[in-house]
Design a protein around this ligand. Structure first.
Ligand code: ADP
Ligand code: ZN
Length: 748
């Protein structure tokens, strides 16, 4: 520390030395300088905003000890380990420690050797601990997850209420309260409960530009989840379900499709839960299908995808859960698979629980209102980034005129179904006819029965009621059942159909139904567009500089090994952003390694050798340039990397190639031309290198093509095609040569 340096320079020095970052973010700077000026502060930043640095950096400049109150004992060890790995002396005081460890911590505290001490609030109020801490000259206290002090927050902890006592019991201490909870009510409550004195209030922007929000109609849950998981193979996915039962059955489905997945809910044995958490942190497990019980205490930073298998119960819950994606600031996806039945299911849960617990009707109404807010957001057609920001009381300004570029709405991922009104009329008319001839005593049926009639399936249920005689029997035979069910949901959503609440969710016609039936009203049904290429979040974002994906994978492997060796979560060794930067810079010396973003002095000493030797070896084998100049810090609003992301349609094709399905069949199912499917197949053959491709090219033709190519000494298509005088289509030649040569032939 050089006393002559200005404060910003001193902050920067510390940041480079310990964290290996170039600069503090503007709000981090404000928070840090408030603390250095011994001023109270309230720091409100979204998840991933960089709150930790706000309390971790100042003690390194002042040489004092900062006390950090944190409710998450499970995370304390990780936080301490992470700090120690970058060379910051830190410790924790909590009930999970041995007497010996606690004594060591006290000895270090008295000797003035610790910069940061984490403590759980319940521990703080045992014995004369506070006075003992006061005598040690603690001058700054950071209260992490400060919303726990407020009953209006989502995670109220009564023991947080006593924190205000600290004010009188340790005089001259400055407070820093940190939270990601955006609501003004909670914010005010925190300031009041902690008696903050004229606090510097530092509030970040809540929008998370690196997240792409998608709300898709749930038509084929398992297929849709698999597609999304496959899109994010290079990171982790959390799938949230409403019920415990659902988590288990979906996890089983995924396993059946050869995905490594585990279920997680509060009903599992503690040891099972512990194991899932550990494996997830150490990156030995990438897909967890969970209830909301999975979350607190999970701070893996490279969760690339959060899927909601059904709509959650409020915008707060949705934002909390999606918040777990992309904490490292890299592009990540939040996919909500919606069905109108979800809202009905939640209302039922709320009502049942209210009955059981004799809940105050006002509280029930409040919960239903929260549910309705989310339903509106989900079924609405406004930009998701905007809708979320505005819900939390912040204005949203997209960077381009065409919207955020990172949500299903702005990316135009759904499109109107042709002849929507006619389809709706057929559905409504089927419900009308099934209801019977007595208008005073109509029979109502659920969606499943109506769908069976529309598709013309003469099941026992249908024939028993004589419904195979209805004029609407089989009038939508060519529409898949899931899709029809989904159209019915959409009709319910817009009020074009009614659905009973409760045990029998039967359908009935509404006034709007009649307007549609009589041709007085047009409606539009929406379907997710079968897109050819995965839409990139463009959002006025600088594209992230490309990195070598093979090397990145290799570095992840090394990280996993080190995590196991050190007994820490993988992201504590290095985050994905640092590994990607390594795969760009490709350092082969400690000096060059230190230029990678997120690599501070201590990590150079600890890890340079292992990483640089692997990088050198890889680059030599793959003929790649090494020790490149570091990439300039771009904006954090990064876009998807250029590596290996596949479109949903392509992922589907790949799955069907795995099952060896014929081209035409796949084309029909995916909704693309056979030409495009052949294109996918060439990629598939190149990537997966199947032993043979007899399903798509019979052995004789294969032989003919390859011998011709050999004879002509050709690695291009045209000479072979011409030589065979149009005997064999271009596509067959292309995939055969791809298979025979190991890569797609260059040019025609
Ligand atoms: P929060 O606690 O607000 O959720 P974190 O403190 O975990 O956020 O930080 C989120 C991510 O941002 C981490 O991966 C962290 O390393 C990174 N980060 C924080 N500050 C900076 C900075 N100034 N420059 C670059 N990366 C940063
Ligand atoms: Zn948008």
């Amino acid at each position: 520390m050089t006393p002559t340096l200005s404060t910003p320079d001193r902050i920067r020095d510390i940041l480079v030395k310990y964290w290996g970052f170039d600069s503090v973010r503007p709000l981090q700077h404000e928070a840090i300088t408030a603390t250095l000026a011994h001023r109270d502060s309230l720091v409100v930043m979204p998840t991933g905003g960089g709150k930790s640095l706000c309390y971790q950096l100042p003690p390194l400049l002042t040489g004092h000890t900062t006390l950090v109150i944190s409710p998450l004992i499970a995370l304390m060890k990780d936080q301490v380990d992470a700090l120690r790995l970058i060379g910051v002396s830190a410790a924790a005081l909590n009930s999970s420690q041995s007497e010996e460890e606690a004594q060591q911590t006290w000895a270090d505290l008295r000797a003035g050797n610790l910069r940061i001490v984490f403590i759980a609030p319940e521990r703080l109020f045992t014995g004369n601990l506070i006075e003992r801490l006061g005598e040690l000259g603690i001058t700054h206290i950071a209260v992490d997850e400060a919303h726990c002090i407020s009953q209006w927050g989502h995670d109220f902890r009564p023991e947080y209420r006593r924190l205000s006592e600290l004010r009188s019991r340790i005089p001259k201490v400055s407070f820093q309260a940190l939270t990601a909870t955006a609501t003004p009510r909670v914010r005010d409550d925190i300031a009041q409960q902690l008696s903050l004195k004229d606090p510097a209030t530092i509030v970040g922007v809540f929008d998370r530009p690196n997240l792409t929000y998608r709300v898709h109609q749930r038509t084929d849950l398992v297929g849709q989840v698999i597609e999304a998981v496959e899109r994010h193979k290079d990171g982790a996915t959390i799938v949230y379900c409403i019920s415990r039962k659902d988590t288990e059955s979906l996890a089983d489905d995924l396993k059946r499709h050869k995905l490594k997945a585990a279920a997680y809910h509060a009903g599992l044995a503690a040891s099972t839960r512990q194991r899932v958490q550990e494996h997830f942190k150490q990156e030995r497990l990438d897909v967890v299908v969970a209830t909301v019980a999975f979350g607190m205490g999970i701070d893996r930073s490279n969760v690339r995808c959060v899927i909601h298998a059904a709509m959650p119960k409020s915008v707060e819950a949705y934002s909390q859960e999606t918040g777990r994606a992309g904490r490292d600031g890299l592009p990540s996806e939040c996919l909500l698979l919606y069905s109108a039945a979800d809202a009905a299911k939640w209302s039922r849960i709320v009502e049942l629980s209210a009955k059981e617990h004799d809940t105050d009707p006002a509280q029930v109404a409040h919960q239903l209102a929260l549910l309705e807010e989310l339903r509106r957001l989900v079924t609405g057609s406004r930009c998701r980034h905007r809708a979320l920001s505005e819900y939390f009381g912040q204005e949203y300004t997209p960077t381009s005129g065409t919207g955020c570029g990172a949500c299903d709405i702005c990316l135009h991922e759904s499109e109107g179904v042709p002849d929507s009104t006619v389809i709706a009329q057929k559905i409504l008319s089927c419900i009308f006819r099934a209801a019977g001839s007595d208008p005073d005593r109509p029979y109502h049926y659920g969606a499943k029965h109506i769908v069976t009639i529309l598709r013309g399936r003469a099941t026992a249920d249908v024939t028993r009621r004589g419904h195979q005689q209805l004029s609407t029997f089989g009038i939508l035979a060519d529409v898949p059942a899931d899709t029809l069910g989904n159209y019915i949901d959409q009709l319910v959503d817009i009020g074009a159909l009614g659905r009973e609440h409760g045990q029998y969710p039967t359908l009935y016609l509404t006034a709007m139904s009649w307007e549609i039936l009589k041709g007085k009203r047009q409606i539009e049904l929406r379907a997710t567009r079968a897109s050819e290429s995965a839409p990139d979040p463009v959002s006025g974002s600088e594209p992230a500089a490309p990195f070598d994906s093979g090397l990145f994978e290799r570095l992840r492997e090394l990280r996993r090994e080190l995590a196991t060796q050190f007994g820490v979560p993988a992201y504590i060794i290095f985050g994905d952003a640092a590994l990607q930067d390594m795969a760009r810079v490709r350092p082969t010396s400690p000096e060059s390694f230190s230029r990678v973003k997120g690599v501070g002095e201590r990590k150079v000493a600890e890890f340079a050798e292992r990483f640089t030797s692997i990088i050198a070896e890889y680059c030599q084998a793959h003929n790649l340039s090494i020790d490149n100049a570091p990439t300039p810090s771009g904006p954090r609003r990064a876009s998807r990397s250029t590596t290996g992301s596949k479109s949903p349609a392509k992922v589907r094709s790949f799955q069907m190639f795995d099952q060896r399905r014929p081209i035409d069949e796949i084309a029909k199912e995916v909704g693309l031309t056979p030409g495009t499917i052949h294109e996918h197949l060439a990629h598939y053959i190149e990537e997966r290198k199947p032993a043979d491709i007899h399903t798509w090219v019979d052995p004789k033709t294969y032989e003919l093509i390859t011998t011709t190519a050999r004879k002509l000494n050709a690695d291009r298509l045209k000479p072979v095609f011409e030589h065979l005088a149009g005997l064999v289509p271009y596509e067959k030649i292309r995939i055969t040569l791809t298979h025979a040569l190991g890569s797609r032939p260059k040019g025609v």
